[in-house]
Design a protein around this ligand. Sequence first.
Ligand code: 2BA
Length: 109
Amino acid sequence: MKLIMSIVHKDDERRLVEALTGEGFGATTVSTTGGFLRQGNATIFIGVQDDRVSQALQLIRENCQTRTQLVNPLPPVAEPGELYMPQPVEVQVGGATVFVLDVVQYESF
Ligand code: 2BA
């Protein structure tokens, strides 16, 4: 058994969970925050038998878009009176960041 941990954009969360549950996958979502952008995203945990991992990954691929977002870099340390004009930079986010972990034991009481 594997645990798929998938970090996705908030706007893709609902569609992905519906697609997963529609195909009989169990899924749990947690609201999370990206360390770089400090913006809300969603982490979806999917416990899955080994022979269904590729199907779950395909659903993630199909339901998560790549987006570009503008970020203001942190200002450099400035001397008093110095003016800092931030230049936003574009970063590409997603479709999804996915970790597939081995499950040592699974119980459901
Ligand atoms: P964030 O940490 O908010 O990162 C958002 C996007 O910013 C990243 O998209 C990447 O394109 C860019 N980025 C991140 N760190 C950067 C840096 N030091 N310099 C320049 N650009 C940087 P994704 O790679 O698609 O990641 C989307 C979200 O997935 C991340 O949001 C984070 O929540 C999670 N994530 C990505 N890699 C991870 C990892 N190795 N471990 C844990 N979570 C991760």
